[in-house]
Design a binder for this molecule. Structure first.
Ligand code: SAM
Length: 211
């Protein structure tokens, strides 16, 4: 328990360092974090990979063994590990951190892993920009799952994300299948927050329209 507390404290330090950084600094941060990422997120009780996999599995009606899953910001591959448990077999991972991608590749689960900086590079599929890109990269009728943690640090981000997701629904690009609010999404890393941060798991079904 003492070592866990020490570890959580060190995660707090690296997390607050991350807050201040530019996109390049963030990727540097993730490169350096990659080696300890799986251990640290286990301590943080980070539930996003499992929640995302459960959400997709609950609404996916096709052939799981044949479906191709694009794991965007795949990190070390935790979401693919969870989805594999639900019977999904084909994964392509993209991430802006080469360190993270190397570990994702080592899981042996991904047919391809590509370095891709969201917001800068195009995803290695046809395109527009980030959330619209996710929609565009998905087959008509396919599912897009987006998880986000709440908290003081990213209130602005989650508000603009929500607005963008809603706008895309109004534009008929996709429809919301469900939004699940999760109270204990992960343990908090800031002294000023509750012990746990809440989060959301949003699932959309892409429309059959020419985007
Ligand atoms: C918190 S980790 C989540 C990783 C994985 N999805 C999981 O659930 O464990 C965030 C990941 O997003 C990647 N990332 C953050 N911003 C990015 C960007 N703009 N473009 C590409 N990847 C990015 C990081 O490199 C990191 O691997």
């Amino acid at each position: 328990m003492a070592s866990e507390v020490r570890k959580l404290n060190s995660i707090k330090v690296i997390s607050s360092a991350q807050k201040e950084s530019t996109a390049a600094d963030k990727m540097d941060f993730y490169d350096k974090w990659a080696e300890n990422y799986d251990t640290d997120v286990a301590i943080l009780e980070f539930r996003a990979p499992g929640l995302a996999a459960d959400s997709v599995a609950a609404s996916f009606t096709g052939d799981r063994g044949a479906a191709l899953v694009l794991d965007v910001a795949c990190g070390t591959g935790l979401a693919a590990i969870q989805m594999k448990k639900h019977g999904f077999e084909h994964f392509v991972g993209v991430d802006g951190s080469k360190g993270m991608l190397e570990l994702a590749k080592n899981t042996g689960l991904y047919e391809d892993v590509r370095h891709c900086m969201l917001g800068d590079d195009e995803l290695p599929v046809q395109w527009v920009r980030v959330t619209k890109e996710l929609c565009k990269a998905t087959k008509p009728g396919g599912l897009v799952c987006i998880t986000t943690r709440n908290g003081q640090n990213n209130a602005e981000y989650t508000a603009s994300l929500e607005q963008q997701l809603k706008l895309m629904e109004e534009e008929g690009l996709w429809s919301c299948v469900n939004v699940t609010e999760v109270k204990k999404f992960q343990r908090a890393v800031s002294e000023h927050e509750e012990a746990y941060l809440s989060g959301s798991v949003c699932l959309f079904r892409v429309s059959d329209v020419d985007q």
